[in-house]
Design a protein around this ligand. Sequence first.
Ligand SMILES: [Zn+2]
Length: 368
Amino acid sequence: MTLRPLHHALGDRVEEIPFTASDGTELGLCRVAPEDGATDRPAVLILHGLTASADMFTLPETRNLVDVLLDAGYEPWLLDWRGSCRLPYNEGRVRYTFDDVALYDIPEAVSLIRERIDGRELLVVAHCIGAMCLSLSMAAGLVPGLAGVVAQGVFLTPKMSWKTRARLHFGGELLRSRLVNIPTDFKKVGLWSKHSLIFAEVSLGAECKDPNCQILNNDSWGVGGSLFEHDNLDDVTHDRLADLYGTVPMWILPHLRSIELAHTMMRYNDADGRYDALPKNALDNAGKFDIPLMLLSGSDNRFWYDSNELCHDVLTRRYPEMDVRYVEVPGYGHLDTFIGRNAALDVFGHIVDFLDECRSVNATAVRE
Ligand SMILES: [Zn+2]
């Protein structure tokens, strides 16, 4: 299997690490080496959301998260977990649930990185469903010893709008019986296909004429909501949206529906003993989290809305001793917190400040 090449301006500093999960699924993992060749930096694992890929963190047209982490003294690692649009099998019918990501992809990537970083600190910055899956890995105790975690958009307590919830539960079932996935790239659909009606629906009332933008920004894959603040994107990023976000699989909807209904990250596979290591309800195990946690969200997130603020409220009430904070970025939606043209100025500073703080806390603990 060949991953679609990572789109970046990092030259030969991107080191691809062959990585196949223990269930046989081929994934993508790469390390970005600092310009000075340093090998003593804390490592940061970065996780994308569903249908996205590591590409969203290396946009050459903006100052991206990888650039900022490198300049701040970190060693970025990028995982393309099995929901990545860089993995060619996601255009087909390969099926998985978020349980697989939590059980295989994230813990095994963490183990592989640990083999390479020789006792150095490892922190995680996770986005959207990558963050939800990480919460399930953490609740299962499968990724112990992380130095700090940033979760963007959503983490343990997913919550959508009533409109999205209704469409996901009723319309989603209808679509699931007819479609394997919903594409983002209108060029792959054409004017007359079983997907055309969805593109027609998401164009209603849209200010932007780009169908690939409409399906993300005006009515996310027909389930309602919006994935970014339009004015926050660079024009080049706007025109690359179909490369950055791939097809949405319909067969993932039952798991998504179960966790959204419960407003908590849930294991889906109850009858398969392979998944017994995962807790049924991740929130019930959150008291075991013993690392600093930063929940981040744009003030105008119109997909996950106030999920992370809710998560902060729930965690601080249930576990008052937990080191958890909530940071809201004014004027940002969901995806633009990472792909926005000014995200380095408005968002990434919060992330770096938090990671720096985690390092100093750990350094103090080691000295004591
Ligand atoms: Zn647009």
